[in-house]
Design a protein around this ligand. Structure first.
Ligand code: PEP
Ligand code: CO
Length: 458
């Protein structure tokens, strides 16, 4: 594996970079150390099997996506999925958005070649709106330090809106009208999914009333919608500018997000990203692809969680539908055998990419198969699956194939909007939530509660 450093982003205007980083370092933090500590506590509980984690959002947020409808629909689908999971797993769910800062993208190749007016042109790849712009022109593709500030500002605006919605009761179970699917008028939602969702919200509302009637104290905690943010900490100029000590606490906090993660391409031991993130108090995620060995993963746990604290390290496996059953158990056992603490999440998206009609896509079946394979592997290794990491959107996009509505290769062009990888659409996201909920409740999909996801999948 290569060892890309902070120089993964080659800015050519050093003075402008210095000015921007200085400004960024002087601005208030996006999140607080108190929130980060709270998340660490919740992740520690998830590690102990008392909570589930739902992490999701766009592959790449675009600055232009910072619109109320877009933010609301992502938040909404995550909240609805969490409700489905609470119901199925009978555990509280920790919600972590790939939001408010998911603006930097690693690329397999530093350059992109295209034919423009019959001439072969090579330009820097698009590395996300925090770094350069997607348009295929030399000006747009030039890494621009000004985007660091624009990214920070858009993250702040997004977070401000998310906090207001959450504080305003957007996700409070006591207001079932907010949880109603008609709130977002989904005429396209398959009848079976809608019925199941409505049955579930009714059951939950009844349960809630019952528990309140008997004075159950934990109900408030269970239903309060905390919401945390995460993104890939790829651009270390951005991350380091907002990393600081805070009064009355030990160590450094990376204050751009509650839980940054290190991507599959930048997780080399001794590489800049592991070196940087081993120095922060935040919980830190690490993606693990099919090349990860047990020894490497144990070494990562020593590097990133030297004191072996609960809630500090999150391994996010993305191994592929065909490989997960073989590759995951040795990783789980290797880490457990050394007594290393970590929370394990399954990302069933990133090793299941294909191309159809020139577009990047993923099949819903492969995503489902990897998730089911991960559940089995965890059961077999005796290590609980802490949750899922998904690329999704609350919109009716056509980017992943299959699902109840059977998105076909021909449909992909209908509403293909991702700035990077294909996302589950609103319906596919809910289907995955129901699938996981059924598995975690021990109930077979299509079982006694009537129409379920598996039956509707073509
Ligand atoms: C991503 O999460 O968008 C991503 C690039 O993941 P990975 O590092 O696992 O490839
Ligand atoms: Co992605």
């Amino acid at each position: 594996m290569t060892r890309p450093g902070a120089e993964i982003v080659a800015y050519d205007d050093g003075a402008a970079l210095e000015r921007t980083v200085g400004k960024l370092a002087s601005l208030p933090p996006l999140v607080t150390s108190g929130e980060i500590e709270k998340l660490r506590g919740l992740l520690a509980e998830a590690e102990a099997g008392k909570r589930l984690v739902l992490q999701g959002g766009d592959c790449a947020e675009a600055l232009d996506d910072c619109r109320p409808d877009k933010v609301t629909s992502t938040l909404k689908v995550l909240l609805q999925m969490s409700l489905v999971l609470i119901h199925g797993a009978k555990k509280p769910v920790v919600r972590i958005g790939r939001m408010a800062g998911q603006y930097a993208k690693p690329r397999s190749s530093a350059g992109e070649r295209r034919t423009v007016n019959g001439v072969e042109v090579t330009l820097p790849s698009y590395f996300g709106d925090l770094i350069n712009r997607a348009e295929f022109t030399p000006e747009a593709r030039r890494p621009d330090p000004g985007l660091l500030l624009a990214g920070y500002q858009h993250a702040a605006i997004t977070l401000n809106f998310v906090r207001a919605l959450v504080d305003g009761g957007f996700a409070d179970l006591h207001h079932p009208e907010y949880w109603d699917l008609s709130f977002v008028r989904r005429g396209t939602l398959a009848a079976g999914l809608r019925e199941e969702y409505e049955r579930m919200t009714r059951t939950l509302a009844d349960g809630l009333r019952f528990m309140e009637a008997i004075g159950e104290g934990s109900i408030d905690q269970m239903t309060r919608a905390d919401f945390f943010t995460s993104h890939e900490g790829l651009n270390l100029w951005y991350e380091s500018a907002q990393t600081r000590r805070v009064p009355r606490r030990e160590g450094f906090y990376c204050l751009t997000a509650h839980m940054p993660w290190i991507g599959e391409r930048t997780r080399a031991i001794g590489g800049a990203h592991v070196e940087f993130f081993r120095g922060v108090r935040n919980p830190v995620g690490v993606k693990l692809g099919p090349g990860a060995t047990p020894a490497e993963v144990v070494a990562l746990s020593h590097a990133l969680n030297p004191a072996n604290e609960a809630g500090k390290l999150v391994f996010i496996t993305r191994l592929g539908a065909g490989a997960v059953r073989d590759l995951l158990p040795p990783l789980l056992r290797g880490v457990a055998a050394e007594g290393r603490r970590a929370l394990w999440l399954c990302d069933p998206m990133h090793a299941n990419g294909t191309v159809a009609g020139g577009r990047k896509t993923r099949s819903f079946d492969a995503i489902k198969t990897e998730l089911e394979g991960a559940l089995e592997a965890h059961r077999e290794a005796g290590v609980s699956l802490g949750g899922v990491h998904l690329e999704l959107t609350g919109e009716d996009v056509t980017e992943c194939l299959g699902g109840a509505h059977g998105v076909t290769p021909e449909d992909l062009g209908t509403n293909y909007g991702t700035a990077c990888d294909p996302r589950l659409n609103y319906q596919q996201s809910l289907e995955i939530a129901f699938l996981l909920a059924h598995r975690l409740s021990g109930e077979a999909p299509g079982g006694p509660r009537g129409p379920a996801v598996a039956r509707m999948t073509p």
